[in-house]
Ligand binder design. Sequence first.
Ligand code: HEC
Ligand code: HEC
Length: 214
Amino acid sequence: MKLILMFLTITSFSIVAAEKEMPNLAEKGNANAGSNLVATCAACHGSDGNSVNSDWPKLAGQNQKYIYDQLKLFQSGDRQNALMMAVTPYLNTLKDEDLLDIAAFYESNATSVGQAKDDEELLKLGMSLYRGGNLKKGIPACTACHSVYGNGNGLAGFPAVAGQQVGYLTSTLKAYRSGERNAGDYASVMQAVSQNLSDEDIDALANYMHGLYK
Ligand code: HEC
Ligand code: HEC
């Protein structure tokens, strides 16, 4: 990435534009190398990261930073899940560079599109909460961090939610709300966001996000 820098040179009173190479803030993994490390993950997350079970999250198209951060949390045991526990010993044999490669592999694959339930009331509620939040109930708009089409914010490591599995979206929003999901620096953000969501709000949001695509 390049940034145009404008500065004034006092002596000649002229404006000079210069191009400066910006430092790369986001470390990038090697997707090819990552593809050789995910054989044991395919059973649940699918060979390309598109899981087929509604309770298991899709990883395809998810941003590298988010995947990497979560893998570090599973590795340290800060984030726990009975099914992910099965691969924790394997994750513990991997170096940070390997985890970054795995993250790069999943990011490079396209998320499969989900199909929202055709229920007008549910869609209306999901869309209005996702896009605008609910000021009276203290619910912020999800678009602020996950973007209008649910792609998240890759540089910040805010996860993509578009096309994500309904069962997983539902259980994970409830886990933030109850405080059970609390690993990492960012979980507190979602704990606050989800505090005032009702079960019905969560059903509506999960249905909406599942069908979201660009
Ligand atoms: C036996 C099934 C199973 C296997 C095998 C498995 N996972 Fe998972 N994985 C899950 C489930 C279920 C979750 C959701 C956990 C939760 O609800 O907190 C998950 C969550 C994740 C997440 C976090 C996703 C998110 O959106 O926050 C990542 C990243 C991940 N797995 C990567 C891997 C990798 C890499 C492997 C292989 C080394 C793997 N998983 C193997 C079932 C599995
Ligand atoms: C201020 C920014 C912000 C807002 C607003 C926000 N989120 Fe999040 N969201 C995050 C961050 C950061 C994470 C990652 C948290 C973590 O590491 O556990 C996240 C995680 C999630 C996850 C888990 C993704 C996964 O793969 O496990 C879901 C689902 C989610 N948000 C849905 C929503 C919904 C629905 C709304 C609106 C009601 C919303 N978010 C509003 C920043 C935000």
